[in-house]
Design a protein around this ligand. Sequence first.
Ligand SMILES: Cc1cc2nc3c(=O)[nH]c(=O)nc-3n(C[C@H](O)[C@H](O)[C@H](O)COP(=O)(O)OP(=O)(O)OC[C@H]3O[C@@H](n4cnc5c(N)ncnc54)[C@H](O)[C@@H]3O)c2cc1C
Length: 424
Amino acid sequence: MKLTRRRFLELGVAATASAVVSPLPGFAQGAAPRVVVVGGGFGGASCARALRQVDGRIAVTLVEPNPTFTACPFSNVVIAGLRELSAQQFTYERVAAAGITMARQLATAVDAPGKTVTLADGTRLPYDRLVLAPGIDIRWGALPGYDEAAAAQMPHAWKAGEQTLLLRRQLEAMDDGGLVVISAPANPFRCPPGPYERASLIAHYLKTKKPKSKLIVLDAKDAFSKQRLFQAAWAELYPGLLEWVPLSKGGAVTSVDVATHTLVTDFGRHQAKVANVIPPQKAGRIAEVAGVADRSGWCPIDPVTFESKLQPGIHVIGDAAIAGAMPKSAFAANSQAKTCAAAVALLVTGGTPSTPKLINTCYSLVAPDYGISVAGVYVPTGGQLADVPGAGGVSPTEAPRGARAAEAVLAEAWFRTITGEVFG
Ligand SMILES: Cc1cc2nc3c(=O)[nH]c(=O)nc-3n(C[C@H](O)[C@H](O)[C@H](O)COP(=O)(O)OP(=O)(O)OC[C@H]3O[C@@H](n4cnc5c(N)ncnc54)[C@H](O)[C@@H]3O)c2cc1C
């Protein structure tokens, strides 16, 4: 059967799962191999489960301090007041029920030669292979004036939870006629289409609730993911309300002044009623501590096994990894988790992983009933994950509103599928 783009999107997560997890030969005599996974998000929790599925004899420990995971995908819908944060929250009960030992602690140190992870309470966990999936941390100080105290006034909302609710409350408290400003960072960062989905859904909120207001997106880039689709939809849905200012027109924010709620660029100053600063990012801190992050702040990996290029025996998946053409998305983290689990399960028994093929689809909502997407297939090429030309693609530029509505439904179905698979 010909694999049409639509069919590709429908197969989505399921295709990834079956493609990479294959049965293993039995272990040799001796103790079960120990794999420690740090970070219980889309990458880590998925990897822990996939490891158990590949071979139940692997002893898997998942290190995660939070009893509840709060998902970022669809958190822009929460900000727009169209969904509650509780719909984004998942516990680890089913993860534990899959035979995974939960260590409810922060990992604070890694001894790579000694093969141990130290937890906040001082416990040391020995491992044969370590998988790090810590997501992102904010690069505090990279944007002058933007520190943790500033984030309490000008939320980033780039880690879902309190920050998401803070931005929502600020929008709700704003009078009609106010100026909202979003600042979007330079590449690379978590979720390339995320700032533009957020701009769209905030514009939807303003259009329906505070129509005299205005939204400006100050961008440190001249181009962004699904740009033609977003801009066509903005012209149709939010004319005069949403303005995007690219780098070349003075979009790059060079500093912020919290006291006056002002974002400063080389071309001028923007005093906002609500300021959403999406700052520069880096791999979650434990990556740096473990010595797997390079000077870019992200983690170079082998694209077949996701093993660090800097520290043998440690694998890095999800947003923290430098995954070539693959974007930093939950879909990608899940895809990488399964590839990495299959490779690790082979490596701990002396096997040789084969060349994987990974997929990603990123849906964005431009309005609650208006979805668009981009999909891609990636294979290791020249030491990196490269896009397979002609595979995947974006939603058509010209499409009836029914097609956009159908993609919005698919987006929601994707979220249910992936969260069900990882946490359900
Ligand atoms: C607004 C927004 C919208 C998005 N929308 C989409 C979307 O529609 N589709 C999509 O595919 N992606 C989307 N994303 C991106 C997606 O959320 C991330 O790409 C994804 O969460 C990455 O998974 P991860 O496992 O690398 O990190 P995370 O999911 O962030 O998980 C990291 C986990 O590691 C834990 N951790 C960190 N450090 C330690 C430590 N030292 N010890 C123990 N645990 C630790 C954290 O507590 C956390 O639970 C969106 C992101 C944002 C911000």
